[in-house]
Ligand binder design. Structure first.
Ligand code: DC
Length: 341
């Protein structure tokens, strides 16, 4: 027997007494079960909780499951920007029959994000970044279907924020106002017949966000730090326990820095203009080719030169120039890379 320290963490869904106690017990019981701990051999249970948890001390759960002799303690965590919300962490010391190096730490629910190496299932994350028209979304959608991954189009989220601003007469240049109303914006993604649908405050806006005015607005709101923090949080939660292929501008550099595969797609400006014009032609929308080219260059500049998570290739991303490649060939090349992983 030796004294071992076992760590664990779990997130709660609601700041209510019931939910906090339910999750704290879930965590403690899982640690006890996984490490074959006799309750009477526990010496101390030390909890920390993020400051959004206020309704009850998680330590109460320890008493309720019969940990009576151990020293119990609970403190509020210091706030660290960008850290997980509604999270309870625990450190247990106990006399057990295993060595410290063999103890099983337990991370549950969204807290798995803190230790992806310990989560039960190793889901695959594929990050595809690149400028508008590089072929990201077309390719990502096809690959997701073929490999049965979830496809996440993060651009649609920035577009939805822009649409909210446009619908509510808020200039997409008015950063201060946008930050103030950010809490009024609820964005959800759902899959209908395997196709990503995006909901802005419960309204399905999947089609409404597909126009140039919204795209320009999206590029502007995407430069606001607070907007990015809100959307990146949603994106990371989606990728937590599913096989995902996510496309955007900062997926490999910021959203999923530990993605198993990172691809950076690009194509010449002329080819990207041609693709965009063909798309408009197919939808019966009138356009002037030189204006489309100007719009793409303008958006590229905006996305690449902003301060917050600008569009750039992650150091460990694989670069593919799709200018003279067929969709099928790009798809096959990326699938080959994913299968290798
Ligand atoms: O990919 P898209 O055209 O739908 O993206 C719209 C805008 O959103 C784009 O100009 C930049 C921004 N964006 C971003 O900043 N980060 C992402 N991960 C995705 C999109």
């Amino acid at each position: 027997m030796s004294i071992c320290c076992i760590r664990g963490a779990i997130t709660v869904e609601e700041n209510t007494r019931e939910n906090i106690l339910y999750n704290s017990k879930l965590l403690l019981n899982e640690i006890i079960k996984k490490n074959n701990i006799n309750i009477n051999s526990i010496n101390s249970v030390f909890f920390t909780a993020t400051k959004d948890i206020t309704k009850v001390y998680p330590a109460v759960a320890a008493r309720e499951i019969g940990i009576c002799e151990a020293g119990l303690m609970c403190v509020q965590e210091m706030f660290v920007e960008g850290s997980l919300e509604m999270c309870i962490r625990v450190l247990i010391t106990a006399n057990i029959d295993i060595n410290q190096k063999d103890v099983k730490h337990v991370y549950m629910k969204n807290a798995k994000k803190l230790r992806p190496d310990l989560s039960d299932k190793k889901n695959i994350c594929v990050a595809i970044d690149g400028p508008a028209g590089s072929g990201k979304s077309t390719i990502a959608r096809i690959i997701a279907k073929e490999l049965n991954f979830i496809y996440v189009d993060t651009g649609a989220m920035y577009r939805s924020v822009a649409l909210y601003c446009i619908n509510n007469n808020i200039s997409t240049n008015d950063n201060k106002k946008i930050i103030n109303i950010l809490d009024n914006i609820d964005i959800k993604i759902d899959y209908i017949n395997d196709i990503q649908n995006i909901f802005l405050n419960e309204e399905n806006v999947t089609e409404l966000i597909r126009n140039q005015i919204v795209a320009d607005g999206a590029s502007k709101v995407a430069a606001i730090k607070e907007v990015r923090e809100k959307l990146v949080d949603i994106q990371r939660k989606i990728a937590l326990n599913k096989d995902v292929i996510m496309d955007g501008r900062d997926i490999g550099t910021h959203v999923l820095p530990n993605a198993h595969v990172k691809i950076y797609l690009d194509a010449s400006i002329d080819e990207r203009t041609k693709r965009r014009c063909n798309e408009l032609k197919e939808n019966g929308i009138a356009f002037k080719e030189d204006e489309i080219k100007k719009e793409i260059v303008k958006r590229d500049n905006y996305d690449k030169n902003r301060k917050e998570s600008p569009l750039k290739q992650a150091e460990d991303a694989i670069f593919i120039d799709t200018s003279s490649m067929k969709i099928e060939d790009v798809k096959n090349e990326i699938i080959k890379i994913i299968k290798r992983v």
